[in-house]
Design a protein around this ligand. Structure first.
Ligand code: NAD
Length: 425
């Protein structure tokens, strides 16, 4: 796989390039294990379609800014492309490609009939007014319009985007089509065809993965969560609800700590009112770095990529890491953690709850039908636990880490789809 990872001066590697290097490294390991031939390896390492667009935005003061946007369809051999849209200032084509690749393996691993995609706009949504965000979203959607559609490529929320963003996307697409097309995005508000259980689905999946990996009563299990956004805040809540003691959480503005356990509902309210966890008066402030080094049983990274590295991994004391975020652990850190006996439930398994319920939302949209919250949760649990069982068995049988086993299964299924379909022409 060396051919696919061009050498770079380390100081010049962007976080996005680092994420793509990690994704390619993981693919390389799985391809080696599966004995895939060079042509197929290159096919799987290369996105099918990759679009970079310029998005002009009219600001409130009349100025026009132009920002870059991306949509990458990594693979469509098993079904339509599927993946979130991220609004973040440092997103770039490399990061979006890595995230799209992880989506491909994730969908294959949990057995839903999708390929992988991702989108991004290099912008800080916190610096835009709601009207500016709406204009930006609608123009970005117009620029990527030829790629998306309920049978081709279905976006969803990711970092910096939410139900409102999905509503604007659904509306923009529908106005262009001339009729309502709810199945073009998932993670929509309920009133536009969203699914019961979608808003908390990724976090519920993280909870299921964590409890399955712990294999014991959650009572008193000490937890730290990095990232208190859509995934991290509800993961903390759901774990706290079943008796875990969440001792620390962080967001981009800071980290808070209480060795006796944080009141997560109170902290969510504080965060909603003030825009962050900092300043919560029932907890002590701590640094971002300290959170990773706490003496906890379970660490949940739920923010961005590349936060557990060769540098800080030796100081991680948690015995279990469940990756709410995509790509939080670098391959070098993985080696340190494995040597230290730390179990890592990898992103493509741990945070698959989101895309599982996105799939259920899409199925409901395509059938103009709806399931109860209990039916959605049951299907989510079945798929999460089924995939977890397969990963655990393969890891035990072949002496692999959970990440290696998850990639062998995901990559193997996509490779098999390619082999069965053959090469056109
Ligand atoms: P979000 O924008 O709702 O939340 C991100 C959180 O991370 C925010 O609280 C932000 O303040 C925090 N953060 C950013 N930089 C930080 C830093 N340096 N230190 C601490 N906190 C920091 O995004 P989200 O949807 O919760 O996504 C989080 C992660 O989960 C991403 O990796 C995303 O790809 C992944 N994910 C999301 C979903 C989903 O359904 N939303 C599904 C699967 C995976």
């Amino acid at each position: 796989m060396t051919v696919m990872v061009p050498s770079r001066t380390p100081a010049l590697i962007t976080p996005g390039q680092q994420a793509l290097d990690s994704a390619l490294h993981q693919l390389g390991q799985a391809a080696e294990h599966l004995g895939l031939d060079e042509g197929l390896r290159t096919m799987l390492a290369t996105p099918r379609r990759s679009l970079t667009v310029s998005v002009p935005v009219r600001r409130e003061d009349g100025r026009m800014d132009v920002v870059q946007g991306f949509r990458v369809q990594h693979n469509v051999s098993r079904g339509p492309a599927k993946g979130g849209i991220r609004f973040h200032p440092s997103t770039d084509i490399h990061e979006v490609t890595a995230l799209a690749m992880w989506m491909t393996w994730k969908c294959a691993l949990v057995g839903i009939p999708y390929g992988g995609a991702k989108g991004g706009v290099a912008v800080n949504p916190a610096e835009l007014t709601t009207r500016e965000l709406e204009r930006l979203t609608r123009r970005y959607v117009n620029e990527i319009l030829p790629l998306i559609g309920p049978e081709k490529d279905i976006p969803a929320p990711d970092v910096g985007t939410d139900e409102q963003t999905m509503a604007w996307i659904m509306d923009t697409y529908s106005v262009n089509a001339g009729y309502s097309v709810p199945g073009v995005v998932t993670g929509k508000p309920m009133t536009l065809g969203g699914s019961l259980g979608r808003a908390g689905a990724t976090s519920r999946g993280v909870q299921i993965a964590a409890l399955t990996a712990l294999g014991r009563s959650p009572e008193g299990v000490r937890v730290a969560v990095q990232g208190f956004g859509k995934v991290g805040a509800l993961a903390a809540q759901y774990l706290s609800d079943v008796g875990c003691t969440v001792v620390a959480v962080s967001d981009v503005g800071g980290a808070v700590h209480d060795a006796g356990g944080l009141d997560i509902a109170g902290l969510r309210e504080h965060s909603a009112q003030t825009g962050g966890v900092s300043g919560y008066r029932h907890a002590d402030a701590m640094s971002h770095d300290e959170l990773f080094e706490l003496d906890v049983d379970l660490l949940i990274p739920a923010a961005l990529e590349g936060v557990i590295t060769a540098e800080n991994a030796p100081r991680v004391r948690a015995r279990l890491i469940v990756e709410g975020a995509n790509g939080p652990t670098t391959p070098e850190a993985d080696e340190v953690l494995a040597a230290n006996g730390t179990t890592v439930v990898p992103d493509i398994l741990a945070n698959a709850g989101g895309v599982i319920v996105s799939y259920l939302e899409w199925v409901q949209n395509m059938q103009a039908f709806s399931w109860s919250a209990a039916e959605v949760e049951l299907k989510l649990r079945d798929l999460m636990q089924g995939a977890f069982g397969e990963v655990k068995s393969l890891a035990a049988e072949k002496g692999l880490t959970l990440r290696q086993a998850a990639h062998v299964i995901g990559v193997g299924r996509v490779a098999e789809a390619h082999q069965m379909r053959g090469l056109y022409p």
